[in-house]
Write a protein of this length. Sequence first.
Length: 577
Amino acid sequence: MNITEENTEYALLILKEKKLINDEQIKKAKEAISETDEKLSIFDALIREKFTTEQKILKTLAEEYGMEYLDLDRVKITQEVLDSIPASVIKEYNVLPVKRDEVGDTITVAMNDPTDLNKLDSLRYVLKCDVDAVVAQSDKLMALIEHHYGSIDENVDTFLRDMDDDNPDNIENALMNELDEGGMSVEEDDAPIIKLVSVLIMEAFKKRASDIHLEPLLKKFRIRYRIDGVLNEVDGPPKYLQSNVVSRIKIMAGMDIAEKRVPQDGRIQLNVGNKSIDLRVSTIPTSHGESVVMRILDKSSILIDISTLGFMDDDIAAIKKLITMPDGIFLVTGPTGSGKTTTLYSFLNTVNQASKKIITVEDPVEYHLEGINQVQVKREVKMDFARALRAMMRQSPNIVMVGEIRDAETAEIAINAALTGHLVFSTLHTNDAPGAISRLIDIGVKPFLVASSVQAILAQRLVRKVCTNCAVPYEVTDQELEFLGLRREFFANGKLLKGRGCAECNNSGYKGRLGIFELFLIDENMQDMIFKGVSSYEIKENAIRGGMRTLRQDGLRKVLAGMTTIQEIIRVTVADT
């Protein structure tokens, strides 16, 4: 809900007088706000704690302010009414025209905050007519605004199209002209650079980008979004804006804008619609200026079920059995960006119960999970993985997650924890699941400790999913068969699909990603091989004979199911022989 801050206390007083809420509920809602990193209003907290609903709050406040509550699902708005207010005004004030009188002297708008009478006064001044208001729920209101007027956030291309690369003054003029069309004055916060950076971030979020790359080249300032694991270049601002844009981002991320000689890290927190997102910002000096990468972390996307990660039914059954073990180590391996953190968090989310104490040590803590104790590594005070893990053992946890095993000390403490009745989750950087055994031994862990503590290893990669909106049947080519070393009969009963490309998938043919997995279970035979120190190659060959599916094999069965394409499997996996 969007009640203005200056009217919050009066609105709460009205709700208490109408017996909708009480002081104890307000107190609990404020406590809930203090315990979360999300930017919640007191009304959002009251709704989230289920003390009331947005509809009840709005109806009560609307009655107090002499307004009508309107269910937008039951209203049909004509195009003539929608055209009665410029789109720029809609975007500025977050209102929706729902009715206009025959003479045209009065426009009725839907808004979410019945207490914001100043907004109505401003609209009357801007539109040069009388404005009445009705009250509507925020999600329905924003959905209709986006449906009829497009996203509230401008498109980067549209913003840049009006810029003249040879004349910096025209940037200001372009923005001035745009605002003047809606009858709005330019405030200091509407400065072009501030607006451009906001547009870049919002556009990336709309396109489901995982990170934004701003790269200074010799003659251009390149902007690329990583969407579904693949970098896509978009129109960037002129080269002369490079330092201004980087400085703005560094200010937002709490960095030192005067220091351009050394790498820096920072963090930006934003609310986009009803979602709270974090941006992890990294800068590094290059020969043509500072390169910036902003990694987008959508908090609402991390608490996902194991079944949505891409596991097939047989793997889900094995995984659920493994993560409910009383002790042992379960490792997840793969390169940076392969989804290891998401997988581990989904495991923790599944086993997160009031009867279990769960502690994690991470660098950094990317997502905050309710009900789980999360520890941040701080090397400046000598709080590394090993020291944090050693301290965690004195907290009597049932389940422990170590962000990454990087050295022998951390590995040995994790193994000792597993051998003394704790379930330990962690990650390693290896190319396949059996390779994790060699990696642990290489960093100094004794083979007998590895054999007796590690229960399972999961290797994974991310592949792009076929866009369901534009998917069409696909026939495997001779070249692909030759590359894979397979006969055409292998795909005879499959449902091969590929995307033609549409607006929904940005003409890529792919939308979203899923995992392909290699689940390596350590049985008694494997324990004996590890203890004897046999090679990683022999361990893998034995595991395959025992029924382990490799990354490529798991990927191919998802190709047969029409979930991804052969090109994607070839892109992210290597041959098994």
